[in-house]
Design a protein around this ligand. Sequence first.
Ligand SMILES: Cc1cc2nc3c(=O)[nH]c(=O)nc-3n(C[C@H](O)[C@H](O)[C@H](O)COP(=O)(O)OP(=O)(O)OC[C@H]3O[C@@H](n4cnc5c(N)ncnc54)[C@H](O)[C@@H]3O)c2cc1C
Length: 593
Amino acid sequence: MDGFKAIWLLYWSRIGKKMDRADGFAARPSKVRPAASIAAGIPFGPSVSIPLTIHTHTVTNQVPPLLDYDAFATDRALTEAVTREGAAWARAALADYGCRVGGELLALGFEANRHRPVLRTHDRCGHRIDEVDFHPSYHALLRAAVSAGVHSFAWRDPKPGAHVARAALSYLHHQAEAGTSCPLTMTYAAIPVLGRSQRVREQWMAKAISAEYDGRHVPAAQKGGVTLGMGMTEKQGGSDVRANSTLAHALGGDEYALVGHKWFFSAPMSDAFLVLAQAQEGLSCFLLPRWRPDGTPNAMQLMRLKDKLGNWSNASGEVEFNGAWAQRIGDEGRGVATILEMVALTRLDCMLGSAAEMRRALVEAIHHARHRRAFGKLLVDQPLMRNVLADLALESEAATVFAMRVARAVDASPRDPREAAFARIATAVGKYWICKRAPAFVNEAQECLGGAGYVEESILPRLYREAPLNSIWEGCGNIQCLDVLRALAREPESRDAVLAELAASAHLDSALAREVETLKGTLSDMKDIEAGARFVVERLALVLQAAVLLRAGNDALAHSFCRSRLDGRHGLAFGTLSTDMPFAAMIERAWPA
Ligand SMILES: Cc1cc2nc3c(=O)[nH]c(=O)nc-3n(C[C@H](O)[C@H](O)[C@H](O)COP(=O)(O)OP(=O)(O)OC[C@H]3O[C@@H](n4cnc5c(N)ncnc54)[C@H](O)[C@@H]3O)c2cc1C
């Protein structure tokens, strides 16, 4: 017998014994290939009975699909964060949306991603029409989200906590379907910029915050509600938007004609877009509607749609402006400063979106492990799988609570300068770290499902394709890190706000206290720090996540985070927690059985 056959013989004889013992396998009518015939090299020897019916086997040990669950009530990290960060008053609305997210919207999400949008540049007679057809499920998802206020809850009733509630809605919606989150986020984030021009505000604001969704391709004047997009990235540069080459020719007053292009232009059927273009005084911000005021189509042509890795329900186009009519918002030459108000909010949603993807993947992983058996036990009872699941639960909760903490800072910004300073820097820190963690996290959760996690019928492949997007869109990782350095160097109030946040929790954990002291040393000498910015921002993210977890009061979880993420008791992969950590409690908290 050669070595290869000997290994097979040993493997099958062990597996065979385990299978006989394992529940679910004992009753299987199919025969395991006998070790002797493998050893002899006889394919499927005479001891194997081949049934003559088409019923080859009984299906056992498969996991029931996770349907119709309450995505809000089952998420303790979220429900507690909503209360802690000041939006307890919105719980009823969130509970309602949470039920829809775990049921009908989830089902629509599968449909919307199965049928990708199609660009129609011309009609049958050769006229340009520049329309994108979306599947009805895409519109149904947007209709549900707009009526729930995923894009505008905070603007419709701007009382304290409203941005926290809106953040929770966005986090919930993203778990059902991420592609529609794009126009929802852009609309939410563009709304304060609309307010900077009286004329634009009067024409657009009420429709932008409306609870009515209207996906028809008709002028905004005929609609009760509108959605908004954004165009900054051009072929020659996305990070470096000052290199934008699109020109804005003054027509008089705040009106301009735009000539140029945009290289990424998502949700191109939005009713209007905030775009950057070069005017006489420099880069300026404009509102460019799909239709001119006279009711004719604006001079923007959709050239093609990107063939994207993921985000399939949603379209991202390339567009040309051939004298497109637009209204200036803010002063000429102040375009970046004007649109940054929008970018700050879309970055918050990148963080929330990645946290939501992690949450959605975690839930699937725990659900699967609670139903699937291998080697005689449920996966969730296998010690090593418990370590993986507990570690994922820890990462997911840290991402959720930090994103919600930043949402509170955004919420409080108009009333509290320290919170505004905190939001400024923490948004970039969180956008960098949470978005960076999502792809590895989703892959690990996918692995918990084994082969099923690689198959489209589970949501994991879709989440996996989606996971890298938030780290790229609205500024890649390096850009976020450079932004953090800029804030630390130029805005002492941002640095003070971070240190104050850390000081409030550092005494609660010795590892955190040590790390905060180390960070203070690093921040006291920022000379030549650029090349090391990623390490600094990563440590900042970890201490801030630890601080929020400690303040939240779940001691076992928070100290586990500090030991593993700050005290070096963790490997580079998930599932490398110290074995004395309360795995069962961490898993149960994440997804109650
Ligand atoms: C699906 C999708 C949808 C999008 N939708 C839109 C949209 O609707 N509107 C829109 O305006 N844009 C959109 N974008 C574009 C996106 O925001 C840009 O791709 C992103 O900002 C990066 O710009 P870039 O592609 O030009 O890369 P570049 O700017 O060329 O950057 C490439 C890399 O270089 C790094 N880098 C750049 N400068 C530095 C530096 N100084 N130091 C170190 N590293 C540096 C970056 O971090 C990045 O990793 C979308 C992108 C995607 C993938």
